[in-house]
Write a protein that binds this ligand. Sequence first.
Ligand SMILES: [Zn+2]
Length: 645
Amino acid sequence: MTDLRLHPDTKEQVRQKVDIVDVISEHIVLRKSGVNFRGACPFHNGSNPTALTVNPVKQIYHCFNCGASGDAFKFLMDIGKRSFQDVVLDLAKRHGVAVRTLEPEKAQELQRQLSHRDQIYEAMGLATSFYQHALFSSQGREAHDYLIQKRQLTKETIQTFQLGYAPAGWDTLYGYLVQQKRLPPALVEQAGLIVPRKGGGGYYDRFRDRLMIPIHDTRGRAIAFGGRSLGDEQPKYLNSPETELFSKGSILYAMDKARDAISKTDRAVVVEGYFDAIALHQAGIQQAVATMGVALSGDQMRQLLRYTESKHIILNFDADKAGITAAEKAIAGFKDLVFNGTVQLRILTMPDGKDADEYLKQHDANAYQELLTNAPLFIDWQIEQILAGQNLNQADQFQKCSQAITQLLTNLPDTFIRTHYIHTCAQRLAQGNSYLALRLEQDLRRQLRYSRWYGNKPQTPTTPTSALHVAETQLLQIYLHFPQHRAFVYEILETEDISFSMSNHRHLWQMILDMLEEETTSLEPVEPFPDHLVQQLQTACAEIPEMAKQLHHLLWLDENSRVALLRPTMVVKAAIAKIQLVMGEKRYRHWRDLWEKTDLKANPELGHYYQTKIQSERNSILELQKQIEVTFADLTDTLGLIVEF
Ligand SMILES: [Zn+2]
């Protein structure tokens, strides 16, 4: 397989155009500190927000904790797990550097691909100024009046957002771009601006008699349009189709203009419509972006998080969408990030059924700022929604609320946060009765443990079937019934970063961890492995027959299992190796599948990357197989001894 060999000139030109501070701050928040910049290192798990130093003069970075260091290329290679060529090509594309390779025929192909994208950018740029111009001509009068009178936008705002007007004819833009500016029609079609007529023969403009709102990428280049109808035409909003440049789920409207304000104020405001965002910017609240009517995706959320250090996001819902179900839907793409506390998500619902745009017509920016400051955290907001309008003195309503709250709190993986909410919810439900509050708190805690344990997952079989199941079963049995080896099992699971794959095992392990945590919250000297652990679990199980059935073979050890576990250290090592082997084989198949699907001629470097992955996976599999054989031999030795006795 031949690698694509880049010409040294290309590498050097890219190196000169790229600034390491720009590159790194697209991934983490950097703050100026003397001549350098500092931020949290993305290459190790630490919370030190200044571990990574970026030196703009030398164009290098260095982490004091994990030692990660290098230049902009190295950073991008490591963070995206990409090859050097891949990184250089991508940067060349972004910075408009002509790519030269040591094989000229390949260079031409690459150059064609790059310039095609540039041409689409050009078409979008030309269309933007065409529409802008039309807005201030006589045919754009109605659109212009609408913006000034109805939306109360200033001339300056209209300019900043490059708002425009698509004239009413069928081919005015076509005439401008294709006939006047000589752009190929196919290209303008790929930009999503014109549509081929059915039955062949020519094109017509996609946007006609509409107010035009250009959508920009983070670097301020127009990549799509939203077109609002001025009369009764449906749809009210017509968006550009997905193109090479535009993918709706990964773009936030006004991100290019909000970036600086988000990092300065350390929080982002997310609204639904274009005009909500525009109105907020006009009022000086420039950390606002819009989702363009769709639910916020995980992709969009991660973009926002790059610019706020405290991960502070405020969702501003329209009043008609402010129900719990709508809120759940809106955060579905990044639910985990909210519940595990990565994102500090707050919910702002507008008073009197307004959206942000309407609100700002009657109130000033300070009033809106105050709403932002007082917006409750997502979980608190949900609890309020559950309790709103309920009479807790009525048994049925009380039960409904406590069930809904239990359901909500099961989402919280962090014990500290969960404990905090169990406490506050019990207080709320008890309405000042301190005895009841205490009882409720215990009750909630117990219910949570069980519903977390059950989840909504299908029940798994109780008899060990696969090698993986046997290995996991043995690890748990040793942990539970051989207290002197608990530290060893715990440590090896942690250091090898192994998690249980069977849901009943996973949940049992979580119960154990929860119990240990409860034990260690007292100020007594820490005794992390209490002897009564098994009895405690058995008691907990006895209350729920379904749970007892699934965990019986783990909590009550029969004689056969006891013999099989006779050399616990060996068994643990073999079990870990077996789990790693299964995981390694899975990864091996995954890389092989990817490799088989790769067009090796078109993508030699990708193919090469997959091959190195396959090779290293294969090596570690062989190594693990050897380990398992050795430990297995040791084990049978022991068993032989038992037979003799
Ligand atoms: Zn580090």
